[in-house]
Structures are given as structure tokens and as C-alpha cells.
Design a protein around this ligand. Structure first.
Ligand SMILES: N[C@@H](CCC(=O)NCCCC(=O)O)C(=O)O
Length: 270
């Protein structure tokens, strides 16, 4: 691992694997961080009070997707379908992590569940079952054995002109995969909608007041090296992390200089 690369924090999921409680992160997210030019710091979990300290050690945060849903109590609702998985350990520290990262100016890139976490962390709400909402399509994945598999592109997203995504991708629309049953219902204050599905569901958001805070509902990490749009998103995130790394290192140097005593010019070396 190249220690000079920006450190990108990736929160792990907490789930049961073969009957054992486990912390997990998908390979494709690790590869995406490397494609962005970062070094991967997978963190299994933190106490909320430790989040700010850990953020001071990293240069970016990637919020991955997950089959689990954000617990609806975080947006004032009860669970709509109790057969679907939750990950309350992840909720408990990642929602505070989102808020702290925005305060610290730490670059933030959210994917799928990561977009939903950003919206909920900032006070927005989710549709718990998009496909049951009148006028909205079914955004759940195709069957694994369907042509192209679960991550095949299945709909377009319409990029909102003049935003961060439009500037990065330079296209008015793009075809994306779709593996989510939940989606943004009420966008949080301060979020900019960067793209929408044909049914109007938000598919990308940003926090315009942050140095870099972007989230997409689709999966750009899937075979990212083969997709020019995904490469641009990850490259932009990586650049933002390198800028933050330079700021962090400059601050550390300034703090060290401030802490070291001034040279004693009156001392007679004899
Ligand atoms: N559970 C939420 C979020 C869906 C999501 O993140 N899907 C990705 C699943 C696996 C992967 O990481 O690729 C919802 O259903 O909306």
C-alpha cells in the first residue's frame, strides 16, 4: 500500500455471514477506491464520539451500497417490510460520520445506500418501497440470471444542468444500473438534486456548500474501469481527497511549528 496516497475511509457493513456476526465490504468498493487513487481504510465501526478524531486522520469517505436499509426510525417512520435487512450498527455511526465529514470539509462520495444515508443524516426521508409509490417505477435489480445480470444498465438518469454532476460527466443523460428498493422521498435541506430517473426519483445529489460531497443511487463501482462515466466520478473524488490531504498535511505542519519552541538566540553556546 502506498502510504503517500490519500486515505479513504470506507465504513464496513455489519451482517451475519455463515451464522457469524461479521464486518464486510465488497471487493468492488475497494477496487473503486484504488481506481480513484486512494488507499483503503476500512473501518468496522466507531463510537459516535470518536468520529471527529478519526476523520482528522483521513482524506475522504466512501459510503458503499448495501442490501440493508437505513432504519426508518432515523426519518420518523416504522419499518414497512420487516423481511428486509437492516444494519443498525452502521446507521449508528455513519449518520454522525456524514454530518462530521461535512463540518470538517472531508470529501464524501456516496453510492446507493450511501446516498440514502447522506439524505437521512441531513434530515431528509426515504420511500421505503419505491415500487409501491404511485407514479414511481420499480428500481429493484433484475434477476441475477437475466441478460447482463443484476448490474446491467436498466434505465437512464437525466442530469440536471449546471450542477456538479453535469460538470463532471458533460452529458445530459446516461444509462445506469439499479439495485435499490428505497429512494429519496423528501430531500434534505441543503442537498442539490443532480440527476433524476425518468419517473422523477432523485438519482444523484450533492452538497454544494461542501468542497466535495456527491452521491449517486446507481453503482459506478461496478466494473468502473470499463465505464468512462464511472472513471470520471472516481477521478473527481480522488482529486478532492488529494486536495484535502494537502490541506491536512499543511495544517499538521503548521501545528508542529506552532508547538515547537522558538530558537533561543540569547543562549551562548559557549
Ligand atoms: N438497501 C437499500 C440500498 C440498496 C443498495 O445499496 N444496494 C446495493 C446492494 C449490493 C451492492 O453493494 O452492490 C435499498 O434497497 O434501497
Amino acid at each position: 500500500m502506498n502510504a503517500s496516497l490519500p486515505r479513504i475511509l470506507v465504513p464496513a457493513c455489519h451482517q451475519t455471514v455463515k451464522g457469524l456476526p461479521s464486518y464486510t465490504v465488497g471487493d468492488k468498493y475497494v477496487e473503486a477506491v484504488r481506481l480513484a487513487g486512494g488507499q483503503v481504510w476500512v473501518v468496522p465501526g466507531l463510537q459516535p464520539q470518536d468520529v471527529a478524531d478519526v476523520l482528522s486522520l483521513v482524506d475522504g469517505v466512501l459510503l458503499t451500497g448495501s442490501p440493508s436499509n437505513v432504519h426508518p426510525r432515523h426519518f420518523g417512520q416504522s419499518v414497512h417490510d420487516d423481511t428486509l435487512p437492516l444494519d443498525e450498527r452502521r446507521d449508528a455511526w455513519v449518520l454522525p460520520l456524514v454530518r462530521a465529514a461535512l463540518v470538517a470539509g472531508t470529501p464524501l462520495f456516496g453510492i446507493c445506500r450511501g446516498l440514502q444515508e447522506i439524505n437521512v443524516a441531513l434530515g431528509g426521508s426515504l420511500h421505503q418501497a419505491v415500487h409501491e409509490v404511485a407514479g414511481l417505477a420499480d428500481h429493484r435489480p433484475p434477476a441475477e440470471d437475466e441478460a447482463g445480470g443484476m448490474y446491467a444498465p436498466v434505465h437512464e438518469v437525466l442530469v440536471e444542468p449546471g450542477g456538479l454532476l453535469a460538470g463532471l460527466l458533460q452529458v445530459p443523460r446516461l444509462a445506469v444500473n439499479s439495485l435499490h428498493g428505497q429512494g429519496i422521498a423528501v430531500p434534505a435541506a441543503g442537498l442539490r438534486i443532480e440527476a433524476r430517473a425518468p419517473d422523477g426519483l432523485p438519482e444523484a445529489v450533492s452538497v454544494p456548500t461542501a468542497p466535495f460531497a456527491l452521491a449517486v443511487q446507481w453503482h459506478p463501482e461496478w466494473r468502473a474501469a470499463e465505464n468512462p462515466h464511472s472513471q470520471r466520478l472516481l477521478a473527481a473524488f480522488g482529486s478532492a481527497c488529494r486536495r484535502h490531504q494537502a490541506r491536512r498535511q499543511r495544517l499538521a505542519t503548521e501545528r508542529a511549528a506552532a508547538a515547537s519552541p522558538p530558537p533561543d538566540h540569547d543562549h551562548d553556546p559557549g
